[in-house]
Design a binder for this molecule. Structure first.
Ligand code: GTP
Ligand code: MG
Length: 205
């Protein structure tokens, strides 16, 4: 089969994207990232201080997506730092704990804040984590699904403990990210303290 010009250009494209994890403390943000990046799980994961930076790559049919991930701290005392991390992010994974209703409300306010103050094209995914704890469920799947549909965001129920949907979550986000030549003109994301620029979510380079 003949490839057209765009197919040829995008075939082995490596695209860098800044992704931020947001959500209340102890919902499992760090556990999800550690599962995604290192395929490990710790029952006693320490609360994050400030933020942690990790990278991981996802292979799509037409491109390689390299995530530059900021895992933020959910504790209230770090709340004011969050804009530094979501500013310029191409994608955000907002996490709540399906066994704690108030964390779903927390996630909703993160969605609202990102829609108002994040990058205009930010791809948002909502993760209902700890799906392995079905017996203690307080947030119904249908309610979260409907909320995600109304807000045009991805919704998946995940478990960092069992690995359920963890890779899929990052794959679904990757599929929605822009991998076109226009993105080449956007800045790549520096490794180091988060930038104050508002439109450097990443792109192909
Ligand atoms: P902060 O860093 O304070 O914002 O918290 P966090 O959202 O990063 O939570 P963390 O990843 O540290 O997880 C808190 C605890 O929840 C962990 O020590 C795990 O015991 C537990 N946990 C995380 N994910 C899961 C999961 O999918 N299932 C179960 N059963 N427990 C989980
Ligand atoms: Mg953490």
């Amino acid at each position: 089969m003949l490839l057209n010009h765009f197919d040829t250009m995008s075939a082995n494209r490596v695209c860098h994207f800044k992704l931020v994890l947001l959500g209340d403390s102890a919902v499992g943000k760090s556990c999800l990232v550690v599962r995604f990046v290192r395929d490990e799980f710790f029952e006693f994961q320490e609360p994050t201080i400030g933020a942690a930076f990790l990278t991981q790559t996802v292979q799509l049919d037409d491109a390689t997506v390299k995530y530059e991930i900021w895992d933020t701290a959910g504790q209230e005392r770090y709340r004011s730092l969050a804009p530094m991390y979501y500013r310029g992010a191409a994608a955000a994974v907002i996490v709540f704990d399906i066994t704690k209703k108030d964390t779903f409300n927390g996630a909703k306010s993160w969605v609202k804040e990102l829609q108002r103050r994040g990058d205009s094209n930010v791809v948002i995914a909502l993760a209902g984590n700890k799906a392995d704890m079905e017996a203690k469920r307080k947030v119904q799947t249908e309610e979260a699904q409907q909320y995600a549909k109304d807000n045009d965001i991805i919704y998946l129920e995940t478990s960092a403990k069992t690995s359920l949907n963890v890779k899929k979550l990052f794959m679904e986000v990757a599929k929605k990210l822009p991998k076109n030549p226009v993105a080449e003109t956007r800045d790549s994301v520096p490794i180091g303290p988060p930038s104050k620029k508002s439109s450097s979510g990443g792109g192909c380079c």
